[in-house]
Design a protein around this ligand. Structure first.
Ligand code: CTP
Length: 379
């Protein structure tokens, strides 16, 4: 394994030269960046581990700097460079599933506290040396995920979810003992908010369905890959991809479990709509004209409409999402007021009826026809 490749990849990053020019305590690039470069993959964020205070180093680089004193960490954002600096630490878990208590330590102590051996590789910047704890290189070569010790999933059960995510993303096998430990680990000690955090990371993966299916039972999800694919194909550009997938897999989950995850109001609302997706699909298919399709789908988030489409109303969902929901009147309330209609519910009702006629092709195009319709008797 050639550590110089990691240094070269770092120097090729925007702002990489500034990172390599840092002076101070011993610094190493660590984790996913090293793993991915050595695998020939495109690395994502740059993580640095520092034997000493990270604040001063972060300020040396400059840009937008955020400090997280309690976590001995700083984040730098500068001209396309996203850099996470953490002080080398040892960790103690006050009880299973809790956030660890951290205290400064050496780089050598820091590496084996991590989740999997292949995530614990580091390259020190001053001498371009690879720092690899026991078995890390062997596991990287074998494309294998392995925890460092038997308590790993007890200390931090979110690693069970990370295991599924890395295994799917990297195409790595899971070491036998690690798989057994993961299957025995309980998520009960972890807060819902942390589980939701890991779930969101999974949803952001290029292909989230495989890791979601791996943890479906634990997270009380129903993962139907073909349904997810159909919903994504129907989802319009303004749909949030991760939310479409979340709602597709969580729509049958028990409400009290979903509540415990402390999801955002928007996530919860879209899942709640998706719970009714079979009924929405039936109502959409039963609609005899565009205005009735609007009645069925108008207040439904686009992500949930895509799921209803995937459940049997694909033509209707496509028509609503691609065309009908964008149909607006050219006239507004002001036009009716100017024509003498008094303010009040009557005005809204006239506009609503005119829009229905427009959707159903019952009036000619243009303002004049809309106005005539809105003002006409029986409107
Ligand atoms: N880590 C861990 N246990 C966790 C979360 C993170 O040991 N529950 C460690 C990982 O081993 C990693 C580092 O903390 O080395 C940073 O985690 P993260 O930012 O999630 O991983 P990256 O390496 O930045 O990203 P990637 O997803 O590409 O691996």
């Amino acid at each position: 394994m050639e550590p110089q490749l990691v240094i070269d990849a770092l120097s090729a990053r925007p702002g990489g030269a500034a990172v390599l020019a840092l002076r101070g305590p011993r610094i190493a690039v660590v984790g996913g960046f090293v793993r991915d470069v050595l695998l020939g993959r495109d690395p994502r964020e740059v993580d640095l581990v520092v034997e000493g205070d990270v604040r001063a180093l972060a300020e040396q680089i400059g840009g937008n700097v955020t400090h997280h004193a309690a976590f001995l960490a700083s984040h730098v954002s500068r001209d396309g460079l996203e850099l996470e600096l953490t002080q080398a630490r040892r960790e103690r878990y006050p009880h299973p599933g809790a956030l660890p208590l951290v205290e400064p330590a050496s780089l050598e102590e820091d590496l084996p506290r991590r989740d999997f051996t292949v995530n614990a590789l580091a390259v020190t910047l001053d001498d371009a040396q690879l720092r690899a704890p026991d078995r890390a290189l062997e596991d990287l070569g074998a494309r294998r995920l392995r925890v460092f010790h038997d308590r790993s999933f007890i200390d931090d059960p979110t690693r069970v979810l990370r295991l599924a995510r890395y295994s799917a993303r990297l195409g790595f096998v899971v070491d036998h003992n690690t798989a057994r430990l993961a299957s025995e680990a309980s998520l009960d000690t972890v807060s819902g908010a942390r589980i939701a955090g890991e779930l969101r990371l999974m949803l952001e993966e290029p292909d989230p369905v495989v890791p979601l299916a791996t943890v479906a039972t634990r997270l009380q999800l129903s993962v139907d890959p073909s349904l997810v694919a159909r919903a994504l194909a129907l989802a319009p550009a303004d749909a949030e991809r991760s939310l479409t997938i979340l709602a597709a897999v969580a729509r049958e989950a028990p409400a009290d479990w979903l509540d415990s995850l402390e999801l955002t109001a928007r996530e919860r609302a879209v899942i709640r709509s998706a719970e009714h997706a079979p009924l929405l699909a039936a109502a959409a298919v039963a609609a005899r004209r565009p205005s009735e399709l609007r009645d069925a789908l108008r207040d439904v988030p686009v992500e949930a409409v895509a799921i209803a489409g995937a459940l049997g109303a694909s033509e209707e969902a496509r028509r609503w999402l691609g065309e009908l929901r964008h149909v607006k009147l050219e006239i507004g309330g002001d036009d009716l007021l100017a024509a003498g209609v008094p303010a009040g519910p009557e005005l809204g009702a006239r506009l609503e009826r005119t829009l229905r006629r427009k959707l159903d092709g019952e009036i000619a195009a243009g303002r004049e026809a809309e106005l005539a319709s809105a003002l006409g008797s029986g409107a």
